[in-house]
Write a protein that binds this ligand. Structure first.
Ligand code: GLC
Length: 561
């Protein structure tokens, strides 16, 4: 396996609007991030990925961009950006920015021009079609509810959007669109950024003819997936982007690839470097979907999770590179989803066990802000506490169509809604968790009194200290980065255990991901191994062990140990 800095890195994701406010407007900003860089340096992460900070009406919190080459005033200025980037580099870290080029905001000047007349030079920057039988051009339903098509009076046609109606889809078939995107990317690279996280990049190529999609049982619309996800020209486009931009710099590039399969990942993130350096898969996050897609409250089965994650470990070995994540700005908090947040002790133990389980695998780990503190899902008493357009639209659609009653839908939003990840970073036990002096744009979790960075940074057995140790271990042991993965006990419903192997060295990770005791027999040789890390202070290695609830540890065993 080829070595690369982005394989050896740990990435930390910042959601700028919820990280640190510096001017009292209740919204995080770039100077706020700059002020908190020493905290991230101390944690030991190598790369920061920032969710969008570009000029935007903010209807999808910045994933609706109206100017790719400027900073939204609520986040600061280009000068603030340059200061932040210089400081990130001075501290020895790198910066990855979010590239949102499947769609723009409807306020982007390209779209304003595009919608103004059918013969405007920008018309073909977006996807316009005539209606059919007085309705939209096809049956596709969007990720934010409703049809994927919105009728525009001015020119009497519909435009396509796989997300909100304010996020018109760019037309990647048009070579001018692609050149505009590459130009803009080079502009950011020349400014000094070290990579891109590519928003829904698996959606950019649509099957010509845009055929109707299958209507799944209970669904109100057709599924665009078969004609949009991993579309016919997506790899051609990314190879072109690679020639035009990526290959000219030394970048970390990670595609957000909804609908990704192992085989597809071997194209997007192939070792040959023709496209991206890695990709995010969503099979693991879809495991608790139900009959209404993500809107459900069921729990993930451990055996299913192991089957999925190990399939990715085996499938990409030597061919492509994995990204490892539990959390991001679109997912609920992992300790509330897979762990146990019911008491402080269980919360910390389960957070550590989950962290160890992920960080000992092969791939580049991503930590989402607050995950290193075991921040939990938010508290949303009523619908009025939610901010996310996806949640609000889904609530309306599901309850108005009679598919779910309001209380049940609220329970689903509380469990799965994206706002769970977006409550402000908990820095201190003080007012608004130290996030802002003003009124926060979304409610601060009142558990900041107990869960905050100030309390955890100096405490050796905190979740923060545990993450710090995991990051340090990855920097110290090549086996954690490059070792071959092998799953143990695939049928066990409590233990997630696996080995790694590299040039005569072996590593064992055993995680009791349950609230009950579990028995485990150490494989040959590990009894005399070196205990690298444990979620408990007093783990003792022995032939057959009884692991306590959420106990997790990793052992290294060298040549002839
Ligand atoms: C991606 C982003 C999500 C956003 C969507 C539309 O999935 O992660 O936050 O809403 O794309 O841009």
């Amino acid at each position: 396996m080829k070595k690369a800095w982005w394989k050896e890195s740990v990435v930390y994701q910042i959601y700028p609007r919820s990280f640190q406010d510096s001017n009292g407007d209740g919204m995080g900003d770039l100077p706020g991030i700059t002020a908190r860089l020493p905290y991230l340096r101390e944690l030991g992460v190598d790369v920061l990925w920032l969710s969008p900070f570009y000029k935007s009406p903010g209807k999808d919190n910045g994933y609706d961009i109206s100017d790719y080459r400027d900073i939204d005033p609520q986040f600061g200025t280009l000068a603030d950006f340059d200061v932040m980037l210089a400081e990130i580099h001075r501290l020895g870290m790198k910066l990855v920015i979010d590239l949102v080029v499947n769609h723009t905001s409807d306020q982007h000047p390209w779209f304003q021009a595009s919608r103004s007349s059918r013969d405007n030079p920008y018309r073909d920057y977006y996807i316009w079609r005539d209606g059919v039988d007085g309705g939209p051009p096809n049956n596709w339903g969007g990720c934010f509810s409703g049809s994927c098509w919105t009728y525009d009076d001015a020119t009497g046609q519909y435009y396509l959007h796989t997300f909100g109606d304010f996020q018109p889809e760019l037309n990647w078939e048009n070579p001018k669109v692609r050149q505009e995107v590459y130009d803009m990317m080079r502009w950011w690279c020349d400014r000094g950024v070290d990579g891109f996280r590519m928003d829904v990049i698996s959606f950019i190529s649509k099957t010509p003819g845009l055929p109707d999609g299958p209507v799944h049982p209970g669904a109100l619309y057709g599924d665009f997936g078969p004609y949009v996800i991993n579309g016919p020209r997506v790899h051609e486009f990314l190879q072109e982007m690679n020639r035009e931009v990526l290959s000219r710099y030394d970048l970390l590039t990670v595609g957000e690839c909804a609908g990704l399969t192992v085989d597809q990942a071997c194209l997007y993130a192939n070792e040959d470097g023709r496209e991206l350096t890695m990709a995010f898969q969503f099979e693991q996050s879809d495991l608790d979907n139900g009959e209404h897609g993500k809107w459900d409250t069921r729990k993930i089965r451990l055996t299913d999770l192991k089957a999925v994650l190990s399939r990715w470990q085996y499938g990409l070995e030597g061919k492509a590179w994995n990204s490892l994540y539990w959390c991001n700005h679109d997912q609920p908090r992992i300790v509330s989803r897979l762990g146990d947040d019911s008491t402080p002790i269980l919360r910390e133990r389960s957070a550590k066990a989950l962290a160890l389980c992920l960080h000992m695998m092969q791939g580049t780990p991503y930590i989402y802000q607050g995950e290193e503190l075991a921040m939990t899902n938010g508290r949303f008493d009523s619908l009025a506490d939610f901010r996310d357009v996806e949640s609000l639209n889904a609530y309306r659609e599901m309850t108005e169509s009679g598919q779910m009653d309001p209380e049940r839908m609220l329970a689903c939003l509380r469990y799965k809604g994206r706002d769970n990840a977006r409550t402000p970073m908990q820095w201190t036990a003080g007012p608004n968790a130290g996030f802002t002096d003003g009124t926060p744009w979304i409610g601060v979790n009142e558990n900041c009194r107990d869960i905050n960075a100030a309390e955890q940074m100096g405490r050796p057995d905190s979740v923060y200290s545990f993450y710090k140790a995991l990051i340090r271990l990855r920097h110290e042991h090549e086996i954690i980065v490059y070792g071959r993965f092998d799953l143990l006990l695939p049928e066990d419903e409590q233990l997630f255990a696996y080995t790694r192997e590299l040039e005569g060295e072996r590593l064992l990770a055993v995680c009791n991901l349950s609230g009950r005791e579990a028995s485990f027999t150490l494989p040959e040789g590990f009894e005399r191994g070196e205990l690298l890390i444990s979620s408990m202070a007093d783990t003792a290695l022995s032939g057959t062990m009884t692991l306590r609830p959420w106990e997790a540890f990793a052992v290294l065993c060298g040549d002839g140990a």
